[in-house]
Design a protein around this ligand. Structure first.
Ligand code: B12
Length: 264
């Protein structure tokens, strides 16, 4: 961002102030002025958002999320390339000892703060037939990491799936109960820790014990989960990110028996 014209630097500084003051009219007005300069507003805004999440600046991250919305950027790009990218940046710092748990927590709040504002813009697709397929989503027992899980939920919802979010630290039995209760089409499990990965085969074993393994597709994911691990534990798939999870499920659901054929 160093090589930007003086005028653009000035506008970015003014936008920082307006974001801090939560001055919504000023943010809109300055965004229009920034667009008129002809600079790459998308690149500037995504970079700003990732840095603000990394620094845990919740108000500023919200202000710049508004800038991104006013600038007409694709809401999914704002989410993945801006807000979630900030979590990746703080994660790298944590791994080399330059950030600690409190910083991770404030970065998470900044990420969720921006995501709340984006929510109404993350449009739901309506072309999935009148009764959308239901997916049970959660982070496994013992694990409180929920950002990746929430991204999967957002992307699946945007692709027309009905998501039942069980949250984090979800006992295996809760996945099973919810699958039967909602006559689910799929279960999506996340974990970010090697120590809690064993919860995933536990859920799959319970599905088999209850005689319902063939009624639901099982997706597993999270940083330590590999394709090999997924097939070893008898999951159907482990797409590597939230967007591929949504596209895999969307294409798989059409060849899958309908809900009544599975659950009645
Ligand atoms: C933020 C963070 C936290 C936050 C979580 C806040 C929150 N609301 O989620 C807090 C501070 C609470 C936290 C706590 C802890 N953490 Co932590 N945390 C992280 C960190 C830095 C980033 C995680 C993150 O949000 N990434 C961003 C999201 C977007 O990525 P993601 O979750 O991986 O999701 C992507 C994919 O994996 C995939 N995906 C995710 N789920 C699914 C599901 C499906 C079905 C599919 C297909 C795809 C998919 O899609 C997403 C991309 O689109 C990671 C390090 C890292 N680099 O990952 C450590 C990390 C996960 N934490 C770790 C640890 C050890 C802990 C603590 C034990 C620390 C402590 N001493 O207290 C506790 C755990 C407490 C518990 N019982 O769970 C370790 C785990 C080590 C291991 N291998 O087991 C890591 C790897 C850091 C490290 N290198 O040591 N943590």
């Amino acid at each position: 961002m160093d090589d930007l014209p003086e005028e653009v630097h000035g506008l970015i500084e003014e936008l920082d102030e307006a974001a801090e003051d939560e001055d919504l009219d000023k943010i809109e007005e300055l965004t229009q002025a920034l667009l008129k300069t002809g600079v790459d507003v998308e690149a500037i805004t995504l970079k700003k958002l990732s840095l603000l999440v990394m620094e845990g600046e919740e108000e500023m991250a919200q202000g710049w999320t508004r800038v991104a919305i006013h600038a007409g950027l694709d809401p999914f790009k704002i989410l993945i390339g801006g807000l979630a990218e900030g979590m990746t940046l703080i994660g790298k710092k944590y791994e080399i000892g330059e950030a600690f748990v409190p910083q991770l927590l404030i970065a998470s709040s900044a990420m969720y703060g921006g995501m709340d504002l984006l929510d109404p813009y993350l449009k739901r697709e309506e072309d999935m037939a009148s009764k959308p397929a239901t997916v049970i989503i959660g982070t496994v027992e013992g694990d409180v990491h929920d950002i990746g899980k929430s991204l999967v939920k957002t992307l699946l919802s945007a692709n027309g799936f009905n998501c039942v979010d069980l949250g984090n630290d979800v006992p295996a039995s809760r996945f099973i109960e919810a699958a039967s209760e909602y006559r689910a089409t799929a279960i999506s499990m996340s974990t970010l820790m090697t120590t809690t990965m064993a919860e995933m085969p536990r859920v799959i074993s319970m599905l088999k014990e209850e005689g319902i393994r063939d009624k639901v597709m099982v997706m597993v994911g999270g940083a330590p989960v590999t394709t090999e691990y997924a097939s070893q534990i008898g999951a159907d798939v482990s797409p590597h990110d939230a967007a591929s999870a949504a596209s895999w499920l969307k294409s798989s659901v059409f060849g899958y028996p309908p809900e009544c054929a599975r659950w009645d």
